[in-house]
Every structure is written in structure tokens, then in C-alpha cells.
Write a protein that binds this ligand. Structure first.
Ligand SMILES: [Cu+2]
Length: 459
């Protein structure tokens, strides 16, 4: 066995030992419908787009499978993932959206705090052939956000077919840090996919095992990327419908977590792995200065045993960069003494929260604007459940059961938190910007489509 094979073998073994049923489940699904190629295709990135312009959802995109076949896909502006939209805090976003699909859709600006009517709520669909102008002010911190389809019952299929993209917010607090930019900043949309014999994407809305069987990074299956001997910023989004990634570098080297869903953390934290559920983001610094030219390093998933992205180290002189400053940002802590109301949400089976299935016409609870609340999320079967709240960010205060702790990549502000079986997670939350209708739901999209979602109104 060569070194690469050995690494893959040990990663698979470690994953199997650590996660039992999960890894076993993945192994039982058999061979991937697209095997890892002998020569990897280069990574690519979403075309840059400003906060003003036109966004079109259509079936005109494709995923090149690397063996000459192209899997037809649905894209924004004919791309999978869609354009990388970059905006600044305080800016007015004005995006004219057109639906050229044969079914209704909406665009949800995931993690962006926007007025209710701009949130892409499934009760506000854009019909085939119709347009909608998404207009809102960027009121929040710099960070890695994203946008994706959010129609009633069909979010899973539309996102699986390609309707997702990255949205980056910048601000002055972050500018002051001198973090890696340009070629040294890599937005990475990680997901899985599955194809049939003809190379067409195969979607099953099965809520028990809808996972794909090969990795797709920024629309490229099993890519590689040439890196300089420098420090890089990896803005990682788990854009999968249902898959949880356990990210690590193939050589076990530490990565520095500097941010997550709601932007920069207060202080950087060194970690050897990151567990990332669907819709979660993590902002990582990876230092490629210490490796020899030509050295092989991969971003791996220890749950699946996949080498998601291979890096090919360049042969220039190491690029000197200033140390990572600390603190990175100011996080206003929400305090338990501020709590004025407590709510519990039990995520049951594949389709219910507190015994209820989503009804777009029903408002399930009301939250006063500006009030700090403690929300308790509890998994009762069929986890993982990545829990997403629209219209704000929250702070994770505790996790009991299961993994039993709050991880470094869960500090600061979050909009999605991962619940594994047996876990209870407490968060403190406050809606500070807009009144109106928002959602709480499981971001395992087949659970969301099955009804694991509630409406609430900020009043
Ligand atoms: Cu769920």
C-alpha cells in the first residue's frame, strides 16, 4: 500500500471506529456511482458577482463528471454553485431574480438578516417564468453566508440539483485584520452527489438516507488545487442536503478556526478536525508555508474517508504573513440573566417539531422583538438534525447528551447548530432587526420538505 492508500485506509478505519453506525451505513451503500479519478480536475470558483444584478434559476447548468460526461444540473446564472456574491455591510442589495425552472422556487439568503418578505419564505414563491426583486440592506457582520432555493416541499431536490451559492459579507472590523484575500481566500462549497448509469443526477427524497456517494467541491467532483507556500483562508460551507462532514487535513496538521456562520470568532482556535452539519460554515486558516514543494495534502472527511480536495504544494519561497491577531472581533455575549422566555423544540422522526408538521398558513409562536430567549433543541430519533433559525443569529451555550460539549467552531454567532442523536442543545437568541414571519427548521432538506419546520412571528 502506498502512502496515499495508507492514509486513506487509516482515515476510513478511524472514521469507522469513531462513528460506528454512520460509517457502517455509508460503507453498506456500496461503491460510489462516480469513483475517484486517477487525475483530479482543477478546483474552480463561482464567478464573482456584486450585490446588484440579475440572478436566474434555470436548468441550464451542468456538473462535469471528469470522464467526459456532464450531469445536467439546475444553476443560478448557469453555474453550480451559483455566482459568489460579495457585499459590504451597509450596502443595499438589489438582485432581480427570475425563475426559469418549470416549478416554483424562492431564494433564501441563509444567515442574512433581511425583512421577512425578502427571506425567501416558501409562502412567497416565485412562479415559473416570473421575477422577484430581492432588495435589502446588509445589516450584519462580515462572514460567509449563502443563498439557496427554499420552496415548499422541493428545497431538497432544487438544492441537490445545484441551486446554491456563496454570499460573502465584508466590513471594516474584518478589513482591519489583514486576513488572507485574493488567491489566498478559497470559498469552498462541499456537498455530495449521486448519478445514474447515464451520468444524470439521481435524487431520492427519502428522508432516511438521501446522501450522495461522491464528493463535489464548488461543482467539481474530487478536485485538486495548486497552492503557494502561504497561509490560506478556507471559507467552508457544507452545502449537502444531509451529509455531515468531519473535516481534517490528511497529515493531521492543525487548522485555525477564525469564524463560522455569523462571522469572526472572538479569538482564533487551533483544531485538528471540524464537524460540519448541513448549512453550517467554518472559516479556517490553513498554513501551507511549512510543507515541501510537491507535498501531497488533502482536506479529508473522516466520516466518509473521502479526500474531498487535494492540495498541490507550490515550489516558491514561503510567503511571510503577520501572525493572526487576537482578538479577532468583538462578540456581545447574550447572558442567561437577560432571558425573558424559554422554549423547547423537540425534533421528532423525519418530519415533526413538537408533534407538528409545517403548515405555511399557521403561525406557531410569537417572539417579541429585542427579547433574549433561551431555546432548547432536543433530538428524538432520526438525527442528525442541523437546526436553522431564520432572521437572526444565536449563541450556543450548552450541549448535553451525545457529544456533550460545545466545540470551538460553535462559539460566537451561529444560525445553524448540529444535533446528533441523544443531544440537547441550548442557545440564547434575540431578534433585533425586523418584525415579521420567519422559520425554524431542520436543514436536512428532506426533513424540512417533510414538514420539520415551524413558522414564527417576531412582533
Ligand atoms: Cu432533521
Amino acid at each position: 500500500m502506498d502512502r496515499r492508500g495508507f492514509l486513506r485506509y487509516t482515515a476510513l478505519s478511524a472514521g469507522a471506529m469513531a462513528v460506528g453506525g454512520w460509517a457502517l451505513g455509508a460503507a453498506c451503500e456500496g461503491f460510489p456511482t462516480l469513483p475517484e479519478p486517477a487525475v483530479r480536475a482543477p478546483l474552480r470558483f463561482g464567478r464573482p458577482m456584486a450585490g446588484r444584478g440579475e440572478l436566474v434559476a434555470s436548468p441550464g447548468a451542468g456538473i462535469a463528471l471528469g470522464d467526459g460526461r456532464v450531469a445536467p444540473a439546475w444553476g443560478y446564472n448557469d453555474e453550480v454553485p451559483g455566482p459568489t456574491i460579495r457585499v459590504r455591510r451597509g450596502e443595499l442589495v438589489d438582485i432581480r431574480f427570475r425563475n426559469e425552472l418549470e416549478q416554483e422556487t424562492t431564494v433564501h439568503w441563509h444567515g442574512m438578516v433581511v425583512p421577512s418578505e425578502m427571506d425567501g419564505h416558501p409562502a412567497r414563491p416565485v412562479a415559473p417564468g416570473h421575477e422577484f426583486a430581492y432588495r435589502y440592506e446588509v445589516v450584519q457582520r462580515a462572514g460567509t453566508y449563502w443563498y439557496h432555493a427554499h420552496p415548499h416541499h422541493h428545497a431538497g431536490e432544487q438544492v441537490f440539483r445545484g441551486l446554491a451559492g456563496v454570499l460573502i459579507v465584508e466590513d471594516e472590523e474584518e478589513d482591519a485584520l489583514g486576513r488572507p484575500t485574493g488567491d489566498y481566500e478559497l470559498p469552498l462549497v462541499l456537498r455530495d452527489a449521486r448519478v445514474d448509469r447515464s451520468g444524470a443526477l439521481r435524487y431520492a427524497s427519502d428522508p432516511t438516507s438521501p446522501r450522495g456517494d461522491f464528493p463535489v467541491i464548488n461543482g467539481v467532483p474530487y478536485p485538486e488545487h495548486d497552492v503557494a507556500r502561504a497561509r490560506y483562508r478556507l471559507r467552508v460551507l457544507n452545502g449537502s442536503n444531509a451529509r455531515v462532514f468531519r473535516l481534517a487535513l490528511s497529515n493531521g496538521a492543525p487548522m485555525t478556526v477564525i469564524g463560522n456562520d455569523g462571522g469572526l470568532l472572538e479569538v482564533p482556535e487551533s483544531v485538528s478536525r471540524v464537524e460540519l452539519g448541513p448549512a453550517e460554515r467554518v472559516d479556517l486558516l490553513v498554513d501551507f508555508r511549512q510543507y515541501a514543494p510537491g507535498e501531497w495534502i488533502a482536506l479529508q472527511c473522516l466520516r466518509s474517508g473521502w479526500d474531498l480536495l487535494e492540495f498541490v504544494e507550490g515550489d516558491g519561497e514561503p510567503v511571510d504573513k503577520p501572525p493572526i491577531p487576537t482578538p479577532l472581533s468583538m462578540i456581545e455575549p447574550l447572558s442567561p440573566t437577560q432571558v425573558r422566555a424559554e422554549r423547547t423544540f423537540v425534533f421528532e422522526g423525519h418530519s415533526r417539531i413538537n408533534g407538528k408538521r409545517f403548515d405555511p398558513e399557521r403561525i406557531d409562536f410569537r417572539v417579541p422583538l429585542g427579547q433574549v430567549e433561551r431555546w432548547t433543541f432536543r433530538a428524538e430519533g432520526s438525527a442528525p438534525h442541523p437546526i436553522h433559525v431564520h432572521g437572526t443569529h444565536f449563541q450556543v451555550v450548552s450541549r448535553s447528551g451525545g457529544r456533550g460539549r460545545v466545540f470551538p467552531w460553535e462559539r460566537g454567532w451561529k444560525d445553524t447548530v448540529l444535533l446528533l442523536d441523544g443531544e440537547v442543545v441550548d442557545v440564547l437568541v434575540r431578534f433585533g432587526d425586523y418584525r415579521g414571519l420567519y422559520l425554524i427548521h431542520c436543514h436536512r432538506l428532506e426533513h424540512e420538505d417533510g414538514g420539520m419546520m415551524l413558522n414564527f412571528e417576531v412582533v
